[in-house]
Design a protein around this ligand. Structure first.
Ligand SMILES: C[S@@+](CC[C@H](N)C(=O)[O-])C[C@H]1O[C@@H](n2cnc3c(N)ncnc32)[C@H](O)[C@@H]1O
Length: 270
C-alpha cells in the first residue's frame, strides 16, 4: 500500500516537474520573441506607458504602479543615446521567468547596453545587448564585481528586494559608479512604511529609505548651513554630487551633478 502511494506521489511530482519545465520553455520563447520584436518596435515612437504595458512589467499597469510619467521625465534625454543601464531585480517568481523590464528597456533605449542583476540565476535571459549577473544587492563583493566588470552607468534602477536597508546600502555602494549627469532610481519605497519590510509606521523614529533620502535632501543646501557642528560628513559628501532628489508616489529619483554649489552666504547675498 505504502509502495503504491509513494509511486503515485512520484508520478505526480514528475508530471508537475514536466509541467513546470514546459511553462518555463513557453515563457522563454515569449521572452525571445519579444526581444526579437524589439528590433522593429524600438524604432516606433511608442510612449513608455505602452512599452511597459506591452512587455507586461508591473512598472505601469491599470491596477498597478503608474511609474511611466515619472520615468519619462528623467529618462527622455537618454532615449537615443548609447547609454549603459543597470537594473537590480529581473522579476519572475515561482513558475514565472521574469525579464519583462529588460525587454521594456531594450525597446525604450534602442542604443543602450542593459545590465540586469538578480539574486536568482536568470542567465537564460541573456540576449544580445543584455548582460545578466546573479547578485545579492546586500553583498558588497557582488556589487563591486559588477562594477569591476561593467564600469560606470548612466542609469541605475533598484527594483530588487525593496528592503529599506538594502535600498540604502545599494545606493551608498553604487552611487559612485553613476556618471556625472546620470540618474539613480529606487522603486517601491512604500516599504518604508511597512514594518514587515524593515520600514516603520508613520511618525515612529527609525531609519528607512524614505527617512534616509529626506535627510540627504537637507544636505543639498549644506553650503548654507550656519553651523557644521552636527554635520553628517557622509551625507554631505554624497549630496555634494547631487543636483536633484525627487520624491514621487512609491519612487525616488536622484540626479548626479558634481558641479560645486555656490553658497548665498559666501556671496554675501543673505
Ligand atoms: C519586483 S521584481 C523585479 C521586477 C522587474 N524589474 C520588472 O519590472 O519586471 C524583484 C526582483 O528582485 C529580486 N531580488 C530579491 N532580493 C534581491 C537581492 N537581495 N538582490 C538582488 N535581487 C533581489 C527578486 O528575485 C525579483 O526577481
Amino acid at each position: 500500500m505504502i509502495h503504491i502511494v509513494v509511486t503515485a506521489a512520484r508520478v505526480l511530482a514528475a508530471r508537475g516537474d514536466k509541467r513546470k519545465a514546459l511553462i518555463r520553455e513557453n515563457q522563454l520563447a515569449v521572452y525571445h520573441a519579444a526581444a526579437l520584436a524589439s528590433y522593429v518596435f524600438r524604432w516606433l515612437p511608442l510612449r513608455l506607458e505602452h512599452i511597459f504595458t506591452l512587455n507586461g512589467t508591473d512598472k505601469h499597469a491599470p491596477n498597478g504602479h503608474r511609474y511611466a510619467p515619472h520615468y519619462r521625465l528623467f529618462f527622455r534625454e537618454f532615449r537615443w543615446k548609447r547609454i549603459k543601464l543597470l537594473e537590480i531585480g529581473i522579476g519572475g517568481y515561482g513558475k514565472l521567468l521574469g525579464g519583462r523590464s529588460i525587454n521594456a528597456w531594450r525597446w525604450y533605449f534602442p542604443l543602450a547596453k542593459i545590465v540586469a542583476c538578480d539574486i536568482e540565476d536568470k542567465s537564460v535571459l541573456s540576449v544580445s545587448g543584455v548582460k545578466i549577473y546573479q547578485v545579492d544587492q546586500s553583498s558588497q563583493d557582488d556589487l563591486r564585481m559588477v562594477v569591476r566588470n561593467e564600469g560606470k552607468f548612466d542609469i541605475i534602477i533598484d527594483d530588487g528586494s525593496h528592503l529599506s536597508a538594502h535600498q540604502i546600502f545599494t545606493f551608498k555602494e553604487l552611487f559612485t559608479s553613476l556618471v556625472d549627469g546620470g540618474v539613480y532610481v529606487i522603486e517601491d519605497i512604500q516599504t518604508s512604511y511597512w514594518p514587515g519590510c524593515g520600514g516603520q509606521s508613520l511618525g515612529q523614529p527609525g531609519s528607512t529609505c524614505m527617512t534616509y533620502f529626506l535627510e540627504l535632501t537637507h544636505y543639498l543646501n549644506s553650503c548654507e548651513f550656519l553651523s557644521d557642528a552636527k554635520m553628517n560628513d557622509e551625507l554631505n559628501e554624497l549630496a555634494s554630487q547631487i543636483s536633484t532628489i525627487s520624491f514621487h508616489h512609491n519612487m525616488i529619483f536622484v540626479k548626479k551633478d558634481t558641479q560645486v554649489k555656490l553658497s548665498n552666504i559666501l556671496q554675501g547675498k543673505h
